[in-house]
Design a binder for this molecule. Structure first.
Ligand code: SF4
Length: 469
């Protein structure tokens, strides 16, 4: 599915129409095949690894408890992190929103005098629209994660948190490389090894010539002031060690109290995200070390709606999220629509709750309804986020925020009809008229029938049947 068909929101935030996007997505059989195959493979691998981990449920409880502790004492942990990171030579910056964060990163890059940066895959930088913001100031940011690179070369958007190009198959990737990667071999085939080699050679040149890198972080350790990036390809390790300047954008919820807490998360994350026992590369760095790695380390700590989410007593558990995408891989809605339909940075079940919590449910009223409430997301979530409960709460908020006169009038009429026997009997006589609405009601009722079939009214009411007998 090309992104041109999707209704996107501003800077990656939700467009207004999940249902419109979803309707188009489910008609794209190639997209559905690609998504089903990729999510099915990861799902099976994850299930096998969870089955062989006897203390999986205890690990989940521990992950949730550590994150809840952070959320309850966020102010203390943030200050502790800043103190320790600064003591080890890093520069800490605070950003209230996307605009502040992109301005900080842009001025840090400008201060280096360079016009190109290499990037580690990061949801936070996507959330703030960093690549576009840098581009508008004449700075080129090269994505170095293979899937992100495919997305960037084809001017596409990520459709999955962990596997951003999961909606693309290898024939499409070959085509993208041939059209948009100037140093791709002329005889490039769609053999995965050949595609990986072409990408590797292309990226290696970038790693060696670019002295500024931008990253996110999976975890920020309050006790030490250190950061951790977990990844599979080694591109992250290159970006985190080769350049002279490293700028890291990290959400306030990424904190964990101690280094030892990694013991829990480094078991939960790889099993849940890529279906591996451990991530091939876990890079941890703390400030700067003389003559070893980047000599300038900047950390931009990002709010961008997170304190709003924290205010919501039921919704705040979404801030436990470690972005493993296990909830996407089991979601029957995501499997049919893919990630673009959500029209926002975070797709799938976590996106359906996190986006409205970050931007306000009035700005993303459709997303809490992008779910069948089957509960599969809760069962697999490694930090026990009760997504269905948050969805129901946000639906309530969305309905409250969206209440309009037609809806109020409809419910007032229904309440009046149901409040007396005679009125109810009279109302039932109008039931056959519902048949005319079967193939779509006029506005404003069309909002309801657009995604639902109106059931046929019964031929007679219970009272009529009873009286006849
Ligand atoms: S909500 Fe849970 S399952 Fe979904 S991405 Fe976040 S941590 Fe993973």
């Amino acid at each position: 599915m090309s992104t041109g068909e999707v209704i996107w929101g501003k800077e990656g935030w939700p467009g207004p129409e999940f249902s419109e996007n979803a309707k188009r997505a489910v008609e794209d059989s190639q997209l559905r095949r690609n998504v089903r195959k990729a999510t099915g493979t990861i799902r099976e691998r994850r299930a096998g690894l969870v089955a062989e981990t006897p203390d999986w449920q205890e690990l989940r409880h521990a992950g949730a408890a550590i994150k809840d502790d952070v959320l309850h004492h966020l102010d203390d942990y943030l200050e502790q992190f800043e103190r320790n990171a600064t003591a080890r030579g890093a520069h800490v910056h605070w950003a209230r929103d996307a605009r502040e964060a992109t301005q900080i990163v842009t001025s840090l890059v400008q201060a280096t005098g360079h016009k190109e940066v290499i990037k580690v895959k990061s949801m936070a930088t996507q959330e703030i629209g960093l690549v576009k913001a840098l581009e508008s100031q004449g700075i080129v940011a090269h994505e170095t994660d293979l899937a992100e690179m495919i997305i960037q070369l084809s001017n596409d958007r990520p459709s999955h948190i962990v596997v951003p190009a999961l909606h693309r198959n290898r024939a499409e990737i070959r085509q993208i490389f041939r059209e948009h990667m100037p140093d791709a071999p002329k005889d490039l085939t769609d053999d995965p090894l050949a595609l990986a080699e072409a990408a590797r050679l292309h990226l290696r040149r970038l790693f060696l010539k670019t002295p500024v890198a931008v990253s996110g972080a999976n975890f920020a350790i309050a006790e030490t002031g250190g950061l951790l990036v977990a990844e599979s390809e080694g591109n992250g390790r290159m970006c985190l060690t080769l350049p002279e300047t490293l700028i890291t954008v990290v959400g306030i919820e990424k904190l964990i109290p101690t280094f030892r807490d990694l013991e829990v998360f480094l078991q939960l994350l790889p099993r849940s995200s890529t279906g591996e026992r451990m991530n091939p590369y876990n890079s941890v760095w703390t400030g700067v070390t003389e003559n070893d790695g980047p000599q300038q380390a900047h950390i931009v700590i990002l709010d961008n709606g997170r304190t709003n989410a924290l205010k919501d007593q039921i919704g705040r558990q979404a801030l436990r999220c470690i972005r493993c995408a296990a909830c996407l891989n089991v979601c029957p809605v995501y499997e049919r629509t893919g990630g673009h339909a959500y029209g926002a940075t975070y797709p799938g079940p976590i996106g359906a709750i996190l986006t409205p919590l970050l931007v306000g449910v009035e700005n993303a009223p459709q997303l809490p309804f992008a779910s069948s409430l089957c509960g599969a997301c809760y069962e697999v979530c490694p930090v026990e986020i009760d997504i269905p409960t948050v969805l129901v709460k946000l639906r309530h908020d969305a309905v409250k925020a969206e209440r309009h006169k037609a809806q109020d009038a409809t419910f007032a009429a229904a309440a009046s009809a149901m409040s007396g026997r005679r009125r109810w009997t009279a109302a039932l006589k109008l039931a056959p008229l519902l048949r005319f609405l079967k193939h779509g009601a006029p506005p404003p009722l069309s909002g309801w029938t657009r995604t639902r079939d109106l059931p046929d009214p019964p031929k007679q009411s219970f009272r009529e049947w009873w009286t006849k007998r």
